[in-house]
Design a protein around this ligand. Structure first.
Ligand SMILES: Cc1ncc(COP(=O)(O)O)c(C=O)c1O
Length: 382
């Protein structure tokens, strides 16, 4: 129950255990072709969009958007926490102008505030984080994109903690990116992104991007692979891509809508359990609860003790990483292949550990609330 890398399905893992797959082999090219086509579908993107799978992870995908920027471009960063701030950290390494609008931890920057800013000044790019992993806050990206579409050139969304677990569509969005180790449920090592036709038209030799993460250098490989022909710019993570292909096949079998509903249900069951035992969660507004990450605030115990203890109960959770909430919370990741039983085991183990460590909770009430939620499927029935 970590926020990533997440537990990996064995069928996915085994797919990478192949000793003789070269990057020009038919087996690999077929797999890559399938993955690129699936990625476009999972992102809800149009046929004329361009999918990319590149080495690295979320950060390499983020940094690769410099391929769309030119010297002195203006970028507005919308930050609800640590990973929103990462955009500012990356982009301030380049010769562009960055302004950040930041929410308090537990809050999100509102669509109205974003619209107000972009209507005052012309921005070439706006970046948002769909689910801010440091706090578990979901930004209303579709409402924002609709409001700001006519003001800005490019809208970029970091969907590292959302893709394949939240509703993802590229209407009004130019770049949607993710990483392999999150809700897709594969090992770390790849950044996955889709560019709209508008974004592709901005790839140029005059961008501020360097060499390795320059999408202009990767685009021909992606196009060629999608057409079934091997191509090389730099060596791809072959075995990881075989695993991603298997994961995409499993996602197709489950159905993306069913997968999103499953995440939604497990997330709600966990939040219900947390509140049932008497604790509160970091996200302050229900409309910003995410399907993938829940931050849990503790009142008395040290959260790092909770993490240490709960591993002995067979559950791994993640530390709180937002500096303003240091020592006050931990995070539960519920993405990838999680199910209802995982929600129950997590709440049950948490209750045991918290009560042993001396946190004042209503022992048993968390499990009861989660069970009631899962058996009735609707919290209003409680
Ligand atoms: C929302 C978000 N963006 C970006 C990243 C960076 O991804 P990576 O660690 O794969 O570089 C993370 C990592 O957890 C993340 O959660």
């Amino acid at each position: 129950m970590h926020v990533g890398p997440v537990t990996i399905d064995y069928d996915v893992l085994i797919e990478g255990m192949k000793g003789d797959v070269g990057f020009t082999s038919k087996e690999f090219v077929d797999a890559f072709q399938y993955s690129l086509k699936s990625l476009r579908k999972i992102m809800g993107a149009q046929e004329n969009s361009q999918p990319f799978i590149i080495p690295g992870g979320g950060t390499s995908a983020m940094e690769s958007v410099t391929s769309l920027l030119r010297k002195d471009d203006k970028i507005l960063v919308i930050s609800n926490g640590v990973f929103g701030d990462r955009w500012e950290k990356i982009l301030s390494r380049y010769p562009v102008h960055v302004k950040t609008i930041r929410a308090k931890p537990g809050d999100y920057v509102t669509p109205d505030d974003i619209e107000k800013e972009v209507s005052k000044e012309h921005y070439n790019m706006v970046t948002m984080t769909h689910v801010e992993t440091s706090t578990g806050i979901r930004e209303p990206i579709y409402e924002v994109s609709k409001k700001i579409r006519n003001y800005v050139d490019l809208i970029v969304v970091d969907g590292v903690s959302s893709v394949s677990a939240e509703e993802v569509k590229m209407d009004n969005i130019d770049v949607f990116l993710t990483a392999s180790q999150k809700a897709i449920g594969t090992p770390p090592g790849a950044g996955l992104l889709v560019l709209s036709e508008n974004a592709v038209s901005r790839l140029s030799d005059n961008s501020i991007a360097g060499y390795y993460l320059n999408l202009k250098n990767w685009i021909d490989v992606m196009k060629s692979m999608e057409e079934g022909r091997a191509a090389y710019f730099s060596t791809l993570p072959v075995h990881l891509i075989l695993m991603i292909t298997k994961a995409f096949k499993l996602i197709e079998k489950e159905g993306i809508e069913n997968r999103i509903r499953r995440h939604e249900k497990v997330a709600a069951a966990i939040r219900t359990g947390i509140e049932g035992m008497g604790l509160s969660i970091v996200a302050k507004h229900p409309e910003a609860y995410s399907n993938t990450v829940t931050g849990v605030i503790v009142n008395k115990v040290n959260p790092s003790e909770v993490l240490k203890e709960i591993v002995n109960e067979g559950i791994e959770l993640a530390p709180g990483v937002h500096p303003d909430l240091a020592g006050k919370y931990f995070r539960i990741g519920h993405m990838g292949w999680v199910n209802e039983n995982d929600a129950i085991s997590t709440i049950a183990a948490l209750e045991r550990v918290l009560s042993r460590l001396g946190e004042p909770i209503r022992l048993g009430e968390g499990v009861r609330s989660t069970q009631l939620y899962l058996s009735k499927g609707n919290i209003s029935n409680l």
